[in-house]
Design a binder for this molecule. Structure first.
Ligand code: G3P
Length: 218
């Protein structure tokens, strides 16, 4: 499973990239607003840090403007994935960009039917939002299961399932069990994956016992 970080915070991106476990970055207009930085230079900076896909989202909702914005975004770097909303206009842009060899991430996916459309439009990634479905008492993870099953039925569907709106480690673990290709996670959720009290307890015991040997490996 690939890990993307869902943030526009450069410090977090640098820190997580240094682990060697980060495969990409996703941003959205909310995250850009939180960063307080200029959009295009920020995406350039992120693309310099991370060699994997970096999602940069269009701001417009109409086809003509979205297409022009997408043209600017795709030229920022080879690893930009242009992010478009799951609307008729967004999928039209997706099809055109994908046919031209640009990675597209179709966002705001909330149903299997929408995910089928994204795959038919040639998206590199579809982003189903598990947390936001959970928030309205729907089962976000069952959407992931449905999309993975559907995509496996068709060899011509090459779209990767990018689990988005991840809120906690179990969203990642359960999605991995289903075979989702990618999880994009807030930085704190990625960091939580390391944690287990028995690891801390076991390590403390090993450190104490090693001291008793009086030895040094170096
Ligand atoms: O970037 C899209 C998605 O991951 C947003 O998540 O937490 O705002 O629902 P959230």
């Amino acid at each position: 499973m690939k890990f993307f970080v869902d943030t526009a915070n450069i410090d977090d991106i640098r820190d997580l990239a240094s682990t060697g476990l980060l495969d990409g970055v996703t941003t959205n207009p909310t995250l850009i607003a939180q960063s307080g930085k200029k959009f295009i230079p920020l995406i350039e900076e992120i693309c310099d840090i991370v060699s994997g896909p970096v999602s940069a989202e269009v701001a417009a909702t109409d086809y003509e403007t979205m297409r022009k914005e997408a043209e600017i975004l795709r030229k920022i770097a080879d690893n930009v994935a242009v992010k478009v909303p799951l609307t008729p206009a967004g999928l039209k842009v997706c099809k055109e960009l994908s046919d031209g060899g640009t990675m597209v991430n179709v966002t705001l996916c909330f149903s299997p039917a929408q995910a089928i459309l994204a795959a038919k439009a040639g998206a590199a990634f579809v982003s189903p939002f598990v947390g936001r479905l959970d928030d309205v008492s729907m089962d976000g993870l069952s959407l992931i299961a449905d999309i993975v099953t559907i995509y496996e039925n068709y060899t011509d569907f090459t779209t990767e399932v990018l689990v988005a709106s991840v809120r906690h480690p179990l969203h990642i673990v359960e999605s991995a069990k289903m075979g989702a290709h990618v999880a994009t996670c807030p930085p704190d959720v990625i960091r939580k994956l390391y944690n287990h009290p028995l690891t801390d307890k076991g390590l403390a015991a090993f450190v104490e016992d090693w001291k008793k040997t009086g030895q040094s490996i170096l």
